[in-house]
Structures are given as C-alpha cells and as structure tokens.
Design a binder for this molecule. Structure first.
Ligand code: EPU
Length: 299
C-alpha cells in the first residue's frame, strides 16, 4: 500500500497528491505539496502524525496561509491543513477554547459578544489562531501571548501534550513553534477578563477600519518584514522602494511593508523583490530587515 492509501485507510480526511500551494496561500503563489491532508479531529491528527512518523516523512502545518511564501518548487513531504473540529470556538465562563484553524478575528468577535476582553490587539490581524500563536501575532494594543493560558498540541509522534504559556516561549513576533517543530497546535485556551464588550467591539471595528485605510487590499501576506524597532514600512518608503516591481510583484504604494502579487507574480518574483528591498534598506538606512513572512518549500 502507498503512504497516501495508508492514510486514507486510517482516518477520515481529504487527501491529495501534488496539491498546488497557490490555492492555499493569501499570496496565491507556490508549487505543489507532495501530499496534502485536510484533517478534522484531534484523534485523526494524532493517528496521522504516528503514520508520518513511522514513514519518516517531512511535514508542515498550514493554517490560513496568510503569512507564507511558498517556492515554485513546492513542498516535499506532507502538508497538514487542520479543518472541522479545529475551527470550533467554545466559550466557558472566562475562558475561550478555540481550535487552531479558527480565525483569530472570529474569536475576538465572539469574546466581545460575551463581554470578555483581552483579544482586542490581535483580533484585527488576519489569519488563524494556530498561525497567530506561532507568530505571537498582535498590534501595539497587545499580542496573543497576553491572554494565552495553554496550548493543546499533538506531538510529531502522535501524542497529546498540553503546553503552558511559559512552555510556548513567546517573544516579539516569535514563539517556540517557529524553531521547535515537534508539536502541532490543536487548540488554545484563552484566559479572558470580564469587560465592556461594546467598547471592545468598537475598538475592533475602528482598528479594522484603520487597517483598511492604511493597508492595501489584494493578494499579500500582510507585513513582509518584522519591525526593527521602527516601522519597516516607513524605512522601506524612505529608501525609495514604494512602487518597485519585479515581474508580477510590487511594493505597495499604500504601505511599503506589503509586497504584493498583482495577479501573475511567481514566488521568485516576490522573493527577488523582497531581497532588493532589503538591500536598499541595508544600504540607505544601515538596517538589516528580517523576514516576518515564513519562507516554505525548496528555494
Ligand atoms: N509608514 C510610512 N510608510 C509606509 C508604512 C508606514 O511612512 O509605507 C509610517 C506610518 O505613516 C506610521 C508608521 O509608519 O506613521 C507606522 O505605520 P503602521 O501604523 O502602519 O504600523 P507598522 O509599524 O508599519 C505594524 C504591524 C502591522 C500592523 C500595524 C498596525 C509589524 C511588522 N507590522 O505596522 O502588522 O497591522 O502595525 O497595528 O509589526 C502584519 O502583521 O502583517 C502587519 C501588517
């Protein structure tokens, strides 16, 4: 039996070979994943991970694909997409348990409806809860780590392990999960505070409106580079890069830290443009920009 047949026989899932990653990333670029699996329950994910472990296959997890630049050559091994149960959000007193695939903005909205506060900062960021944990996503109003109580994970060999906030090693735009690939985030428990849900909703709406006014619509991965103390967008603009193009990729005129796919960009166009921007900022500002977008696949 082939590896994909083994998986099909063991769990209930959608599985495909040579699945184009361009269909699963907000940038809309990226070559094929060898094996793509949409998994719906924690039990199935545990079984899947033990099969992958036995087969010695490389693997990675994709949430919304909102912060991911996948190369044209695509991704070797198994790409796991948590769906179904992983999108559930449950309110329990002051706690909210959310599956890794739920949108962080949906969790913040449900919190506000229930007069629970603490997710206003991150509730305006695009992407999934799992992705937000990996990136320690947030804004000046607060990061996701501030309200994270625990993270339920499946290990690479198929065990269920509960991590405390301290175990997660959160830093600015970072967490343990960026370097330690032995865990998959299944769900997160947020410890919220009772508060004024209407005020929270108003804040979420205001920031979303501000983002819509200051950030470009279209195919992007949000901010491409981390802020090196000051706004990377401002540094890129000061370096004269706004409007720069490479094939179908462009440095946004609206916010220079958005490197966009205008429609027909390749992953290489986006990467080449990003490297030109980095070189310009290095030369003109003496600052080395670091990628915030995750580069995946073979480059
Ligand atoms: N600015 C420029 N030119 C630009 C972009 C910004 O001069 O091209 C100036 C703005 O006018 C403003 C300052 O830089 O005076 C800060 O800009 P902004 O409020 O847009 O904040 P940012 O530091 O550029 C950060 C996050 C964004 C988040 C915004 C708003 C990072 C890398 N970026 O951007 O996050 O949406 O604050 O809270 O931390 C993302 O995570 O994908 C993202 C875009």
């Amino acid at each position: 039996m082939s590896f994909t047949e083994d998986i099909r026989g063991a769990i209930n899932c959608r599985i495909a070979e040579n699945e184009p990653m361009s269909a699963h990333t907000t940038l809309g670029v990226g070559g094929p994943a060898d094996v793509w699996v949409e998994v719906e329950t924690e039990a199935d994910l545990a079984t899947l991970m033990s099969l992958i472990h036995e087969a010695g296959m490389p693997w990675m997890v994709v949430g919304d694909g909102a912060n991911l630049l996948v190369s044209e050559k695509g991704i070797r091994g198994v790409v796991i997409a948590p769906k179904g149960q992983f999108a559930e959000i449950v309110v329990d007193g002051l706690r909210i348990r959310s599956g890794a695939a739920a949108r962080i903005s949906a969790v913040a909205d449900i919190a506000a409806e229930n007069d629970l506060i603490g997710l206003e900062g991150v509730g305006t960021v695009p992407g999934s809860v799992g992705g937000a944990i990996v990136m320690n996503a947030g804004t000046h109003r607060g990061y996701i780590d501030a309200v994270t109580e625990s993270v339920s994970t499946i290990t690479e060999d198929g065990r269920q392990v509960l991590l405390t906030k301290e175990d997660c090693g959160f830093t600015y735009r970072g967490s343990r999960f960026q370097t330690d690939h032995s865990f998959i985030i299944a769900s997160v428990v947020f410890a919220m505070q009772p508060g004024d849900g209407a005020a929270s909703r108003k804040h979420l709406e205001e920031v979303r409106r501000h983002r819509a006014d200051t950030q470009p619509p279209g195919r992007s991965a949000g901010c491409f580079f981390k802020n090196p103390g000051t706004s990377a967008g401002k540094l890129i603009e000061l370096s004269g890069c706004k409007g720069w193009r490479e094939g179908g990729a462009i440095v946004s005129e609206t916010h220079a830290n958005f490197i966009m796919n205008t429609g027909n960009a390749t992953a290489s166009d986006l990467y080449a443009l990003a490297e030109r921007v980095r070189a310009a900022v290095r030369e003109k500002q003496g600052i080395e920009l670091e990628y915030e977008v995750r580069l995946a696949g073979e480059w």
